[in-house]
Design a binder for this molecule. Structure first.
Ligand code: HOZ
Length: 427
């Protein structure tokens, strides 16, 4: 008898729509079949054949300490031994809320959820409940999870697959969402002037990460805060990616702008499924059971997720000074990569905020979604596959962010640059 290895993607596609549980993972925009992962450790991820890759996706952001960090793993194991879910409050949830609140001053109260999508969905409902208004403003190419009201002109998988929205979202609901160009203060002022009495919230990624990385331009977020404050509109910062990515806190700490509500996820769960909505008491106290805006979840505040999150945040707090050297390392890597492309005359534009980056295959600058869409995605796909062949794991889409972790070593950087040089030779 011969035992033939069944291709895991073929097997998965027979049972799972598209063979994946989240669309970007299917590699549709870069072509080919996705590599299946068997395990990960530190800065490395390993496929089912045992091949090692240096990982710059890091589970789309959460693994800032590297994969399977021993202290985080130990905390999860200890929690699992005490039981995996109770459906009753635990002290760990209070500890988590305290850690987040200490790190981000605008967060006076925290409601844990199981995903960033739930956090953003709850933020919108809360804003609507508090203001009695229905309209929301978002920005083209920003992605806030897949709740109905937020999937309009969204980034991430929606941008990757080139679909403008999604069937299944009622027209009546879609009409309540206005999507504006990111960084366009004029468009923002006009929309607020025209629709303010109907607007419940403006939601924004303060550093966009789901159309590739796009940085907020001077004055954009400040004007956003002024306009929302003046018009009684709830300002929501979606810091699911940026929370604890640049410092022990949110991007809002760095710029000194306080939103009314903040969505968190990814890093605060240390790699377990987590989201959180935090914000000013006056809004948060409207959530049930204190208030009348309903939100719930069987696994919200799950003890395993809390243990991973508390361990991760505690480690980050202890090494708060190291964030700047992480940013420096990412800067160095970016600089050297750009030199390699320049030497071959291939135009690229690196957008980077500290340890979060995207290499757009175009001259740039890239300041909004329309700009991001000018990239040569076919060339990105060739680069992606070359890097995979050479042992470097990048996002299988031009419209996503890459990340560096504290576990990436100087040797990883050298190997990455070497892989990059070899890949560029064949482009
Ligand atoms: N929306 C995530 C990236 N921004 C992708 C999640 C996943 O496919 O795991």
């Amino acid at each position: 008898m011969t035992s033939e290895k069944i291709d895991p993607f073929v097997a998965a596609r027979q049972l799972i729509p598209g063979g994946v549980n989240s669309p970007v993972r299917a590699w549709k925009s870069v072509g080919g079949n996705p590599v299946f992962v068997s395990r990960a450790s530190g800065s490395k991820i390993f496929d089912t054949d045992g091949k090692e890759y240096i990982d710059y996706v890091l589970s789309w952001g959460p693994m800032i300490l590297g994969h399977a960090h021993p202290e985080v793993t130990a905390a999860i194991c200890r929690a699992a031994e005490r039981g995996t879910s109770f459906g009753a409050p635990t002290e760990a949830e209070t500890a988590m809320a305290r850690l987040i609140g200490e790190a981000i001053p605008s967060v006076e109260r925290v409601r844990m959820t199981s995903s960033g999508t739930e956090a953003a969905m709850t933020a919108i409902r809360l804003a609507r409940g508090c203001t009695g208004r229905s309209g929301i403003v978002k920005f083209d190419g920003c992605y806030h999870g897949h709740a109905d009201s937020l999937l309009i002109k969204a980034g991430s998988g929606v941008a990757t697959l080139g679909i403008p929205g999604s069937p299944g979202i009622p027209e009546e609901l879609a009409r309540l969402t206005i999507s504006l160009p990111y960084n366009d203060i004029g468009a923002l002022e006009s929309a607020v002037e025209r629709y303010a009495p109907q607007l419940a919230a403006v939601i924004v990624e303060p550093v966009a990460g789901n159309m590739g990385v796009v940085l907020p331009q001077e004055g954009f977020l400040k004007r956003l805060r002024e306009l929302t404050e003046k018009n009684g509109i709830v300002l929501i910062f979606d810091e699911v990616i940026t929370g604890f990515r640049f410092s022990f806190g949110g991007y809002q700490n760095r710029i000194g702008i306080e939103p009314d509500l903040t969505c968190l996820g990814k890093i605060i769960g240390g790699g377990l499924p987590v989201g959180a909505l935090g914000g000013k008491k006056q809004f948060m106290e409207r959530l049930a059971p204190e208030g009348d805006v309903y939100q719930a979840g069987t696994l919200s505040g799950n003890p395993l997720a809390m243990s991973a999150g508390i361990a991760t945040l505690s480690l980050l707090r202890a090494r708060a000074d190291a964030f700047s050297s992480l940013a420096d390392r990412a800067a160095g890597l970016g600089r050297e990569m750009i030199k390699l492309f320049a030497a071959r005359g291939i135009p690229v534009c690196l957008n980077r905020m500290d340890s979060m980056f995207t290499l757009f295959f175009q001259e740039g600058p890239v300041n909004d979604f329309a700009g991001a869409l000018q990239s040569d995605t076919a060339l990105y796909a060739r680069f992606f596959h070359g890097m995979i062949r050479n042992g470097v794991w990048l996002a299988p889409s031009q419209f996503e962010a890459g990340f560096l972790s504290f576990s990436h070593s100087p040797e990883d950087m050298e190997r990455t640059l070497d892989a990059c040089a070899r890949t560029i030779q064949d482009l």
